[in-house]
Design a protein around this ligand. Structure first.
Ligand code: AMP
Length: 179
């Protein structure tokens, strides 16, 4: 018999839709819009993301553009923390710092407001999905450059075969589903 936790994971997995060859051939895109439109799954996902971090004394949840904003703000509310967005270049209106990271072809970068994190702030970095880990690692560099302490990472989905967690040093990495 499955435990309650295993049943919840099975349920969440069942409401995530996989779209083959999107946005380009060979990518199995994990579509969470079907999870968002299921009110039970919405609540269960927020709970599963927050459960490991209730006693973490977190000050800020940093959410990665754009799907990391969806549950990042929910998590911040539940954990009594604030929310800070990390965005693609040119989107944040005030003064920013930026970090580049490698893609399969070329590079990309992410930005954060310079005044969004203070020395010693305890930060959880959240995104909907970790693939190669490049985005989350770049976000962790931004947080550290501003004096923040990364206390852990949080993902709904981890594509285990891409070994993204190996890029993320030795911090705590919590994924609700490893697919
Ligand atoms: P990475 O930097 O390789 O870990 O990629 C993570 C980012 O790309 C996240 O913001 C994801 O939302 C997105 N992403 C990468 N691969 C997928 C996928 N197969 N399905 C959905 N989103 C993906």
């Amino acid at each position: 018999m499955l435990s309650e936790e295993e049943n919840i994971k099975k349920y969440l997995e069942s409401v995530i839709r996989t779209i083959p060859d999107f946005p380009k051939p060979g990518i199995q895109f994990k579509d969470i819009t079907t999870l968002l439109s299921d009110k039970k799954a919405l609540q269960l996902t927020t709970k599963a993301l927050c459960d490991p971090y209730h006693n973490s004394d977190c000050d800020i949840v940093v959410g990665l553009e754009s799907r990391g904003f969806l549950f990042g703000t929910n998590m911040a509310e539940v954990l009594n923390a604030s929310f800070v967005p990390v965005r693609k270049p040119g989107k944040l209106p005030s003064e920013t710092i930026s970090e580049s990271y490698d893609l399969e072809y070329g590079t990309d970068s992410v930005e954060i407001h310079k005044d969004a994190i203070k020395d010693g702030d305890r930060v959880i970095i959240h995104d909907d999905l970790i693939a190669t880990g490049g985005t989350a690692f770049a976000a962790s560099k931004l947080v550290k450059r501003l004096g923040g302490v990364v206390i852990g990472y949080s993902f709904i989905i981890e594509l285990g075969f891409l070994k993204g967690r190996e890029k993320l040093d030795h911090e705590i990495i919590e994924s609700v589903l490893i697919m």
